[in-house]
Every structure is written in C-alpha cells, then in structure tokens.
Unconditional design. Structure first.
Lengths: 744, 122
C-alpha cells in the first residue's frame, strides 16, 4: 500500500533531516521490504490498487490523467492505470533485476483479469461536522481540529480546501512529521483516488500549515532516485551471495502461478499454524509495551515510519477476516509499526535504536533467527502466495473481500493520529525503567566474552592469570604465604599460581590459593583451586571445609553437603560418628545429626561449630547458624573469616544492621578482606542504601578487580541509585574513575 | 536435599526480604504478580513453581491462585540463579531462549535483578 510514499517519504526524511541520524529509516524500510521481502512488497502495492481506482467521484474526473501527472510516467506504457503504484515502484528501483522483476509483475497483471471494474465504494456519505475546523483556542486545538477536518474530508469525498490558520509555531520536526504522515495518511484515506488527487489534498493541507509540501508531494527527484538506487544495490549484494531470495521468489512465483485453484489454502494454513486469534491477543498484549518504549529513543523520522506502519497495522487489524488476522504479513507490519522491527540494508532487524528494542531482538531470534523475509519466502513455497494476490485482485471472484478492503480503509481510525502523537510525545519524557533494558547488546557481547572464561571456572578448571611476574621466582610458595599474611591477596594469588605451576601436586599451594581466592570473593576460582588441593590431599580438613563453604556460597547444596560430610569422615576424632556408606546418598538430616553429636562430644572445638554453622546455612536455618558461629567465635575471637561468616549469615536472615557490625569486626582484623568489603556492599544494597553499597563494592574491586560478582552487584547498585552516568565506567571497569566518584 | 534448587535459597531470601522495609519499597515499586516455573535441568521438565506476589509481598510455592499472574517466567535453575545475581540479563536470557515469558511484556520488563536481595558470602 502506497509503498511508494514510504519510499519517497523516506528520502524526504533524509533530505530534510539534519539531525544526528545518518540513516534513513524510511528509505531503509522500503529498501528492506524490497530487498528481503519482495513478495510483501508486491502485496503491499497490490492491495489498494485492487480497489477500484476509477471512482465515479465527480471531483476526481476533473483532475488530470494521473498517469501524466506522475513523474516518470513517460516510461510507463504497458501498464494499466490501477497498477500505477506498483509499476512506479518498480521503476523507482532501477535495479539490475528490474527486468525479471517487471516480468513477474506483468505476469500477475496479464494473467489475471482486466483491471477490476469499478466497484462503487460504499462510503458513508456523512458530511462530517468536523469539516469546518475550529480556528480558535490553543495552537494545539487548532492544529488538532484542522487535522480532523482534513480527515473528515475523506468521508465526505469533498476536496480539502486550504484554510488560513493562525500561527501555530510548528517546529521543523513537527512539520516534517506532519508532512510525512499526511502523505501516507492520504494514501490510506484516498485509497480509491488518483495520485494527483491525493497530492492535491496533501498539498492543500500542507500549504495551510505553511509546510513546504514540495518534497513529498512531487514524485522522485534525482537525488532520491540516486539514493534509492544505492539502497537497492546494497540490498541486492547480500542477497546475491545468500539465498538469492529475489530470484527464488520469481521462480517460485512462476512455479505457482499455474496452481490457483484454491484461493483459501494459503490463509487456511496460516490459520492452522497460528490459531485464529493468536495474533490479535499478541498484538494487544504487546501494544502497551510498545507504546511505552517505542518513542523513547526514536528520532523523528523513525517515529514517522513507525506511525505509518502502525496505521497500516491498525487498519489491517480491524479486518475481521481470520485469514487476514493470521497472516504473517500482518504480524510483520504490526511489529514494524510498534517499532520492534526496523529495516536496515536488506535485513529486517530488530529496533536496536529504541530502548525496548532488545525485547524485539529476542522475540525475533526466538522466532527462528532467520530473517523474516526468508521465513516468509519459505512459507510461500508451501502456501501458494499467489492466492492472496488473486483473492484481493480478482473482484469478480471475491468481491466481498474487495469491499472489505475499501471499508477498512475508510473506517481508518484516523482520529488516533492526533491523539496518539500527543501521547507519545508525553511518553517520551517519563519512564526511566526502560533504561535498564537498554545497552543489553553491549552487555550481551561482554558477557559472551566473559562467559567463556567463567564457564571454564565453573567447570572446576582453574584459570591462571596472564603475565605472572612470579613465574621463575625462587620460592613462590614462601613469597605467596608472606603476601597472604600481609593481606595482599591478589599478589598472593599470583605467587601461589607460580608455585602450583611449578609443583602441580603441592596441596598447600593449592589450598592457600583457594583460600586467597575465597577471601578475594571469587568462589569459582576458590573451588577450582581447592579441588586440586583435594586431589593432592584428599583428607585435608581445611580443604574439605573450604570446599563446603564455597559450594554453599554458590548455592550448590549437594556438593556442599558432600564435602562437609567428607570433613566429618576424615576427622580423626569424629569419623566414627559418620555412618559409613552414606556418602552416595546424603541426607541433610543425617549429616546434621552427626555434626550435632560431634558438637556435643567436644563443645570446645570451634571447627565443629563452624561446620555446623555452614550446614545450617545450607538448610537456611539461619538462627541456628548464627548461634553456631557465635559459639565458634567465643572460642576463636580473632578469626576474621568467622566474623564474616557470622555477618553473612545475619545478612541472609535479613539482619543487615547486625551483619554490618560483624563485617566491621572482620575488617578490623583483616583490612584487605575483599569478601567482607563486598558483603558490606551487599548489606547496604539490601537495605536500599545504594550509594553506600557502591562505595563498598568499589573498595572491594580496587583490591580485587577480578571479583566478577562485585562488578555485577555494583552495576545493579549504580542503576538503583540512579547513577546511570557511571554505568559506562562500570562496564569498562574503570576503577580510577569509580574510586574518584565514590570514595569511602 | 540433593534435589534442592539454587532458586530455593534465592526465593527464601526474597521471602524474608519482602518482610523488611526495603522489601516493602520493592513491593510498592513493582506491584505485580510474577510466577516462576523453575526447572532443574530443562525448561518445562520437573518444574518447581513459585509465585512471587509483589502486590501483597508474599512468596509462595505453587502456581498463583489469585487469578492470572501478570507475567510467568519459565527458566532453568542455574539461569534463575544467574539472573538474580545480575550475572545474566533478563533480555539476554530471553534472547537465547533461556527465559520464556508468558503474560504481559510490560510486566515482564519490570522484572530486573534488583528485586532480588543478594546473598552474602560466608
């Protein structure tokens, strides 16, 4: 439908749009429709054309021959008038493929019946009361009523008369928008009229509004042609190397043109595939979302494009014919109208420009990942595309449908135009929540890179640092122990890595490395290192406990339970308490009972209470866990990791204030305890004190920039604290900047 | 115990969290009902269902009984864990097909990692 207008309108946007957008969405839209979904294009053109173009309207007869009025008409000899738009379209894109394209096009026309006989459209001849616009009130009202009167003119079949309006103070953007939209709208409104008539109407409107209508109202300019050709050629390139969808389409078409026996088949199969009302509900559901984010980051021309397709979608959606409702074409248009899809080069792409576009991406990818066009083309194979064409063009066979088209177009909810626009402008200001959903692509890419590393670590493979200065050190273990004692955790990690690279079976090297990682708030690496320590020394109690703790932190309950139970079984004093043969199928209750027995046996052993505390964390019996840790702390008050365990338990049982006191104790004993710093951040964040939490996260990260969890938490806190300005430095891990911004 | 999900811990934490003042803020901010169908290994298989009612501030096991939840998320246990930790962005999860959404997309959009309290580390 009036695709030409989308095309020309698009070029107009590019000409007049001096804003930041260097792309031309409308041109691109047309481009992609042509490039990747030629068939749609065909349909798009076909549909309105199939409605009687030779209305018996008196006004219309006064207008000059539309063919002559159309620029470039001198090339157009063979095609009859109702095909004007389509052939125009084809000519507009003088592609290398033009001939094949035109051939196919002509095939359609010549093989089917003569141009449809005029079906006199059953327009409601209700001269609207809105025909005379109100000329007073605010500029908004004036404009609104003026636009209504323009729309009203379509009901009455009365040419729209230019009117003198007061100064409305329209901005360039407004003007362009009105110009683009009115061009498109006019094609909806006067679908049964000639191009000239439409242009006259639009010009009348535009001149009244003092908008320079020359650009859209007159056919293609050289510049535009040039531009379109560019697009077209661009779009052809990939296609050629790819599936050659274009050629395929034509071939398919010729294959199928002979089999026009069952016009409903195509529609039926869609219906079967998607259910009669599937689309409608989907549309309704997503409508809300779309309108929220749609306009947010879209530039003016994008808005226009979206609006236009939106109008189209609405019109189509009103058609109650289930065949229609289920067509993928309709889905496509509606998606586009909601700004979910934009068109770039020859591909239908999700709208990455708009903030909610990511949802679209996902949607589309879920849909199969391949371009819509491909899917569409594919469907054609089985669904006999030509039926659709036939259905809507052969007036004698399905006159009813023809009439429906006319009705749909005349029923167009044009009033929405004005209202909607106002709404969307408002909507663009509020709604900050959508911001969180932006930037997902970047994140996605980052995550992709990171996840490779992470997945290694999560599989228990230790990831060594690059560029380790301690490699070749004389005694890296000693150096590592020294550094660890000094609290230089990240340095200690490097030294210990050098050690275990030299001596892969050094259990102590691995163990301390694991401890250093745990204190550095990296449980994945801690687990990986501890696993190696466990291999080298399966009975080491500290290793078993550390593994139990780290798995608990990672919420890996079964693994945690296994190692804690292993601790009991390997303990010289308590191993008798552990019933043998249990290790295969561990029940939490059994393990807990055994530990309680151990605690009763030797209440002075802090370690038993520690393990018990971890166990209660596993079962989320936090009160008991707190008691256990407190008991252990009475026995070992200088154990900073115990203070942290107590704090973490309190935090997890939502006693954040207490937790902070415990962490403070831990940090007094070990100022470089990264885990405690990060936990502090968590506690503040969980109390909604995001600004404070940021400071603690940043502090933790300064000590260990590799603490991925802290980075993720920092990011969340930044957006919760409305410090989106710092998100970028978070993503680029710019600690200098963060530290400057959030000193502790 | 062996079949426990990581999500259980997160959900439990959320439940406690919702009873606090800060939890009440979240409730006020979101005011929607989410249902989570959490699968141990494969989406749709052996799902454990939780209802997170951020209107009332309640977390219950089982499907929502007060009508239709505003949005239903189906995902794997591991992904839920990552999601709650901020390790995995909901859109990305959705993009990869790791997160299926039923219901209102605008409701789904309000589901962000910051509604989950972060677990502290021992």
């Amino acid at each position: 439908m009036a695709m030409r207008d989308l095309v020309t309108g698009g070029a107009a946007c590019a000409v007049s749009d001096t804003s930041s957008s260097s792309s031309n969405p409308l041109g691109a839209l047309a481009n992609a429709l042509i490039g990747s979904s030629s068939k749609t294009q065909e349909r798009l053109n076909e549909a309105p054309v199939s409605t009687p173009a030779t209305s018996v309207n008196g006004f219309y007869q006064d207008t000059p021959d539309p063919m002559r009025g159309l620029p470039g008409a001198e090339f157009d000899h063979s095609l009859s008038q109702p095909n004007t738009q389509g052939s125009e379209f084809l000519r507009g894109f003088r592609s290398p493929d033009q001939n094949r394209f035109s051939d196919a096009w002509e095939e359609i026309h010549h093989s089917r019946f003569l141009p449809p006989q005029p079906n006199i459209p059953q327009f409601n001849q209700t001269p609207s009361a809105q025909l005379q616009p109100t000329m007073d009130g605010s500029p908004q009202t004036v404009l609104s009523s003026f636009l209504h009167s323009f729309i009203g003119s379509s009901h009455g079949r009365i040419p729209f008369c230019p009117t003198n309006l007061p100064m409305l103070g329209l901005s360039q953007g407004d003007k362009k928008c009105i110009r683009d939209r009115s061009s498109i709208m006019a094609r909806h409104l006067f679908a049964d009229q000639s191009e000239d008539y439409i242009n006259a109407q639009v010009n009348a409107l535009l001149s009244s509004l003092e908008i320079d209508g020359s650009v859209p109202a007159q056919g293609p300019f050289p510049r535009r042609l040039w531009e379109l050709e560019e697009y077209w050629n661009e779009s052809q390139g990939p296609l050629r190397t790819g599936l050659q969808a274009n050629d395929r389409w034509i071939e398919e078409f010729s294959q199928h043109k002979a089999q026009r026996d069952d016009p409903d088949a195509w529609a039926h199969s869609f219906e079967q595939q998607y259910g009669a009302n599937g689309w409608v509900s989907q549309f309704e559901q997503e409508q809300k979302v779309a309108s929220m984010g749609q306009m947010r980051h879209a530039n003016v021309s994008n808005m226009a494009a979206m609006e236009q397709t939106h109008m189209l979608a609405q019109t189509l959606a009103q058609n109650n014919d289930p065949k229609f409702q289920n067509s993928k074409f309709l889905q496509f248009v509606s998606k586009m109208s909601r700004g979910e899809l934009i068109i770039d080069d020859n591909q239908v792409k999700p709208a990455t420009l708009s903030s909610n576009g990511d949802w679209t991406t996902q949607y589309q990818q879920q849909y199969g990942g391949s371009s819509w066009a491909e899917e569409y083309v594919h469907d054609q194979l089985s669904h006999r595309p030509d039926q659709w064409v036939k259905e809507f063009t052969s007036g004698d066979q399905s006159k009813l449908v023809d009439d429906q088209w006319i009705n749909e177009f005349s029923k167009l909810h044009v009033n929405d135009w004005v209202d909607e626009f106002g709404q969307q402008v408002e909507g663009a200001v509020g709604e900050s929540s959508t911001d969180n959903w932006a930037n997902a692509y970047d994140e996605y890419l980052n995550e992709q890179a990171a996840s490779r590393q992470q997945s290694d670590a999560s599989r228990g493979v230790y990831v060594f640092s690059d560029m380790n200065p301690y490699v070749g050190h004389q005694n890296p273990l000693k150096e590592g122990q020294e550094l660890f004692r000094k609290g230089l955790l990240s340095e200690a990690v490097l030294a210990l890595e050098a050690e275990v690279m030299q001596n892969p079976d050094n259990a102590e090297g691995w163990r301390l490395l694991g401890i250093a990682h745990a204190e550095n708030d990296d449980d994945q690496q801690a687990i990986a290192a501890m696993m190696r320590a466990h291999e080298a020394d399966p009975a080491n109690l500290e290793v078993l406990l550390a593994l139990g703790v780290s798995h608990t932190n990672e919420l890996e309950q079964a693994a945690a339970l296994k190692y804690l139970y292993g601790w009991l079984r390997n303990h010289p004093k308590y191993r008798t308490l552990a019933p043998p043969g249990l290790s295969d199928s561990l029940y939490y209750a059994d393990v807990a009972r055994s530990f309680n027995e151990a605690a009763e046996m030797s209440p002075e052993d802090a370690d038993v209470h520690v393990v018990l505390g971890v166990l209660y964390n596993l079962s989320r019996e936090y009160d008991k866990a707190i008691t256990a840790f407190e008991t252990a702390l009475k026995l070992k008050p200088q154990d900073y990791s115990l203070w942290n365990k107590l704090g973490a338990t309190q935090a997890n049982s939502v006693q954040s204030a207490d937790a902070i006191l415990a962490y403070q104790q831990a940090l007094d004993l070990k100022p470089n305890y990264v885990r405690a710093w990060a936990n502090m951040g968590i506690s503040y964040a969980n109390q909604g004190m995001y600004e404070e939490s940021i400071r603690f996260y940043v502090r933790a990260l300064c000590m260990n920039p590799k603490a991925d969890n802290a980075w993720q938490y920092l990011r969340i806190s930044l957006s919760c604290a409305s410090r989106n300005d710092m998100l970028e430095s978070c993503d680029s891990r710019n600690l200098d900047l963060l530290q400057k911004e959030f000193p502790l | 115990m062996g079949t426990e999900l990581k999500s259980d811990s997160i959900i439990e934490l959320l439940k406690r969290f919702l009873e606090t003042d800060e939890g009440a803020e979240i409730k006020k901010k979101i005011n929607l009902v989410y249902q989570f169908n959490i699968a141990p290994k494969k989406i749709g298989v052996n799902e454990v269902i939780y209802t997170v009612d951020l209107k009332k501030g309640e977390v219950t096991k089982g499907p929502y009984e007060g009508g239709k939840p505003d949005a239903t998320f189906s995902l794997k246990d591991d992904d839920f864990f990552k999601l709650a930790n901020g390790q995995l962005n909901p859109q990305i999860a959705f993009m990869r097909g790791a997160l299926k959404i039923k219901g209102s997309l605008s409701a789904a959009q309000k589901f962000t990692p910051d509604i989950f309290p972060k677990p502290a580390k021992l």
